[in-house]
Design a protein around this ligand. Structure first.
Ligand SMILES: NC(=O)c1ccc[n+]([C@@H]2O[C@H](COP(=O)([O-])OP(=O)(O)OC[C@H]3O[C@@H](n4cnc5c(N)ncnc54)[C@H](O)[C@@H]3O)[C@@H](O)[C@H]2O)c1
Length: 330
């Protein structure tokens, strides 16, 4: 059966669905003929944006509500075949400034979804969006999912707790959970309001506005930038691959790029902006993990995945999107 056939006519709930990753996934699912429901609280300064789905709005159901609200989640989960849980507090910087909010949005939100599934949709596949931030200081590269987990931020700690929730609900209640540790996604429909997450988007905006782009330190740190359509492929495969159930997987590109090279590419593609280096601020330096490249060996085997869009091509497509639609993103 092709991937698309697995989703045709199936009910799919995406929490945080008006945001960057959720809306890109929703668009693909609509093409596959799925019955797509988005739940989003539209929190200010997050990536929720009705424009992300404006052209498919008549083909989906959108509910503005909180994933921490039990009655809402219970109602929406009923009858679902697939659930993508993307709603979250997404900034590791903010998780330190407001730990309780991070705990509530990340941990309580997922528990609500898992409890609702246990009661109303025990057969549903549940894909949870974790983060490479669960790892902490890196001991080796490329990084597989056996790497020790010693998170440096509360965001990473709570994401790791969420991974454990998924494991417990899988083992204890037989729920079909799949955990994806997302690396550094970029592409159309990501928020460009600030630099707390989705940093490439922020830098692209600064370049488009011909501003100075600040890089902390020498910018030599390696990152695994994954274009959003590649990530959507992995989201889809994760939900329909029986072998993946109960597992933890990387969701990245498997290609390491120097941070400074990515920013130079942004400036080159946009044709504006200039780069300035500054020393690391202490609060950023303390939570810097060191270079990261995802080891995608397991994912290539299980999901049949291969990088589709390389960094230069992805940044070009992203630049084209924001040139045409910037008014909706800042
Ligand atoms: N973008 C990244 O760099 C990155 C990297 C690793 C992991 N992730 C994870 O992927 C997921 C999606 O991230 P994104 O980049 O699409 O972020 P985003 O900010 O674009 O989307 C998140 C959406 O969740 C919504 N939301 C937050 N709390 C909510 C709540 N309590 N109830 C309902 N909706 C709520 C927000 O309004 C927003 O629309 C998150 O779980 C994030 O932690 C993202």
């Amino acid at each position: 059966m092709s991937v698309s056939e697995n989703f045709r006519g199936k009910r799919v709930l995406i929490t945080g669905g008006l945001g960057f990753l959720g809306s890109n996934l929703a668009r693909q699912l609509v093409e596959f003929g799925a019955d797509v429901v988005l739940l989003d609280a539209m929190l200010p300064l997050y990536g929720g944006n009705e424009y992300n789905v404006a052209d498919i709005r008549d083909k989906i159901t959108v509910e503005i509500g909180d994933v921490c609200d039990k009655a809402t989640v219970d109602r929406l989960v009923k009858g679902c075949h697939f659930i993508y849980h993307f709603a979250a507090q997404v900034s590791y910087i903010d998780s330190i400034a407001d730990p309780w909010r991070d705990l509530e949005l990340n941990c309580a939100g997922l528990l609500n979804v898992l409890e609702a599934c246990r009661e109303y949709a025990p057969e549903a596949k549940i894909v949870f969006s974790s983060s490479r931030m669960v790892l902490g200081k890196l001991e080796y590269n490329p990084v597989d999912t056996k790497h020790p987990t010693q998170p440096l931020s509360l965001y990473g700690t709570h994401k790791l707790t969420c991974e454990k929730y998924c494991a417990v609900y899988h083992r204890t209640y037989g729920l079909s959970t799949v955990v994806l540790r997302i690396s550094n996604p970029y592409g159309p429909r990501q928020q460009m309001k600030h630099s707390k997450y989705c940093i490439l988007g922020w830098f692209m905006r600064q370049a488009m506005e011909d501003k100075e782009i600040t890089i902390f330190g020498d910018g030599n740190q390696i990152r695994d930038y994954v274009y959003v359509s590649d990530l959507v492929f992995q989201f889809l495969r994760a939900a329909v691959t029986d072998e993946a159930v109960g597992g933890v997987f990387n969701a990245g590109s498997g290609v390491g790029s120097r941070f400074v090279d990515a920013i130079e590419m942004v400036v080159d593609i946009v044709g504006k902006g200039k780069i300035k280096h500054l020393p690391w601020p202490k609060d950023y330096e303390n939570i810097e993990t060191g270079g990261f490249v995802a080891d995608m060996t397991q994912e290539k085997k299980i999901f049949g995945w291969n990088q589709g869009v390389d960094l230069r091509e992805g940044l070009k497509q992203m630049c084209e999107y924001y040139t045409a639609h910037s008014g909706h993103y800042w």
